[in-house]
Write a protein that binds this ligand. Structure first.
Ligand SMILES: Cc1cc2nc3c(=O)[nH]c(=O)nc-3n(C[C@H](O)[C@H](O)[C@H](O)COP(=O)(O)OP(=O)(O)OC[C@H]3O[C@@H](n4cnc5c(N)ncnc54)[C@H](O)[C@@H]3O)c2cc1C
Length: 500
């Protein structure tokens, strides 16, 4: 017998989180005729989806219209190629049903956006030097921020009740089924919202160092990470799902970018430090071929493994001049476009040095003293690195010669680089309909997880070789969940009352 439940308001669906996945779920459910509430704990909607530059899709109308990518000899991937890539890249840890939810629905996302008025300027890859990337990156005009504005309007037009500054705290359960949400509203008042279904679209736990320590591969440096965007994805959905008896899957991978501490991803000192220049850690020694910078996801992994997550990008004034006059050697999406001239670099470096977040010196020893490294070790590292540059060969890490820029001409600079979690990847176990399941893979009635809150796509690292995956999954999974809710509601309504 169900306990009697009391609510301040009742909806068909309550969606927790208003990024790409939450808005997509809310829009689809509302357009299907359901009564929907969308809760967002921040004062504005959009979450990390505001920052997304591109969305992955397979066999989309944009790819078909273009025929082939702008790059000679390349082709757009089929759905099958996409499916296989997720399986291979995750070493078969990805869930086939979840992969299908993304791959099979990604082209529709592009058409929906187009119907809402968004134009796609390019279908490309993320990093031009990465030979393995698939040409899936659909870049909308106005990027993620514009997409979120357009989606917000669509959600409002569809009649969704949007509650900002409202944080979901707990699920309301009855007889093992989810029946609603307890939230705290903008005036700190507790509200109880009833729902036939709750969709967890709260973006994962990337901004919660305690959960990063507990669940990710990067426990050691969890509290040393730098947060480069002011998002608040703190694992609330995961906590609620666990309370409801959910299982987790493939927790551990994080999408980590490299960013200068105290700076933004678009700052030119951050852009310079993200180039494949000489990187040392606290020991004063190199630890990788800095060529890894070509994939920010791999570079993030490498930086997050260093003691205290501390990496110093060491450049001399010739490299500063090169980056200002000739532009970046590699790009970082739209944050640092490929070959963009880093014209603000000298001004920023001077300010960063004055602010104590970068360092300068006339010699390696002086630079080491300024940073707090062992001067002899840094001198040796720089001497060996300069020898490698002179030889055009890196005998230790085999960095390609085109990235071997000596550190010789004073002044020398050290940029304080840090791993910056963008989002967590992997989390609550779901099936192909985005229903949250328990350890036996049995769905928890009325509970769904979507976007970065849901697991099933990743192995140990974010899949940058299918660029735009996270954002694509956010939109596709939101719709998939909403459609399943719509079907369940219809089935409920078709069932004779006596059969209950
Ligand atoms: C700087 C940056 C750049 C990125 N670029 C790309 C890219 O180019 N391509 C790509 O594919 N991916 C990119 N990503 C990843 C991006 O996060 C995903 O693409 C995707 O859009 C995430 O969507 P989501 O709906 O799962 O989460 P989000 O968009 O983050 O939305 C989650 C929302 O839930 C809210 N929330 C959390 N807890 C609660 C609670 N208890 N109650 C109410 N609300 C809550 C949050 O405040 C947030 O608004 C980027 C991420 C960052 C940070």
């Amino acid at each position: 017998m169900s306990e009697a439940l009391s609510f301040d308001a009742e909806y068909d669906v309550v969606v927790i989180g208003s990024g790409g996945s939450g808005k997509s779920a809310a829009l689809t459910a509302a357009q299907g005729g359901l009564n929907v509430a969308l809760l967002e704990k921040m004062p504005q909607t959009g979450g990390t989806s505001i920052y997304a530059e591109g969305t992955a899709a397979f066999e989309s109308s944009e790819q078909k219209a273009r025929g082939v990518p702008d790059k000679e000899g390349k082709k757009f991937p089929t759905k099958e190629e996409g499916y296989r890539r997720y399986v291979d890249y995750s070493h078969h840890r990805a869930n086939p049903d979840v992969i299908h939810a993304l791959v099979d629905n990604s082209a529709e996302t592009i058409d929906i956006y187009k119907s809402l008025g968004i134009n796609y300027s390019e279908v490309t890859i993320y990093a031009y030097d990465q030979p393995n990337e698939l040409y899936t990156f659909h870049r909308p005009e106005g990027l993620g921020a514009h997409c979120q504005e357009v989606l917000l309007q669509a959600v409002e037009d569809a009649g969704v009740d949007i509650f900002t500054s409202t944080r979901a705290q707990h699920l309301i359960l009855s007889d093992g089924a989810v029946r609603g949400v307890v939230a705290t509203d903008s005036s700190d008042k507790t509200i109880r919202l009833g729902a036939r279904a709750v969709v967890l679209a709260s973006g994962g736990f990337g901004n919660n160092p305690d959960l990063v320590e507990k669940y990710s591969w990067f426990s050691r440096t969890a509290h040393d990470m730098y947060q480069c965007v002011p998002t608040q994805n703190t694992g609330d959905g995961l906590a609620m799902a666990l309370e409801a008896g959910a299982d987790t899957e493939s927790l551990g991978a994080l999408m980590i970018a490299c960013c200068a501490r105290g700076k933004t991803l678009t700052s030119h000192s951050s852009g310079a430090g993200s180039q494949p220049v000489l990187w040392v850690n606290k020991t004063g020694k190199r630890f990788a071929s800095e060529e890894v910078a070509l994939s920010f996801a791999d570079a993030g992994n490498v930086m997050a493994e260093q003691p205290e997550g501390a990496v110093y990008a060491i450049i001399d004034v010739d490299t500063v001049t090169h980056l200002i006059e000739n532009g970046s050697d590699i790009g970082l999406g739209d944050f640092i476009p490929y070959h963009e001239k880093l014209v603000r670099l000298q001004t920023e470096l001077d300010q960063d040095v004055a602010d104590g977040i970068a360092w300068t010196g006339g010699t390696p020893e002086e630079l080491a003293e300024a940073i707090g490294l062992d001067p002899q070790v840094l001198r040796q590292t720089i001497d060996e690195y300069n020898d490698a540059c002179d030889q055009g060969e890196d005998p230790v890490f085999f960095k390609p010669s085109r990235f071997l820029r000596p550190v010789r001409k004073a002044p020398l600079y050290a940029i304080n680089m840090a791993p910056s979690v963008l989002v967590s990847c992997g989390g609550i176990r779901v099936n192909g309909d985005m229903q949250v399941t328990d350890r036996d893979y049995t769905p928890i009635p009325g509970l769904y997880a979507v976007g970065m809150e849901a697991s099933g796509l990743y192995g140990d690292t974010y899949n940058l070789d299918v660029p735009g995956t996270a954002n694509s999954f956010a939109h596709a999974s939101g719709r998939v969940a909403a459609r399943h809710i719509l079907d369940s509601v219809k089935a409920d309504q078709a069932t004779p009352v006596a059969a209950h």
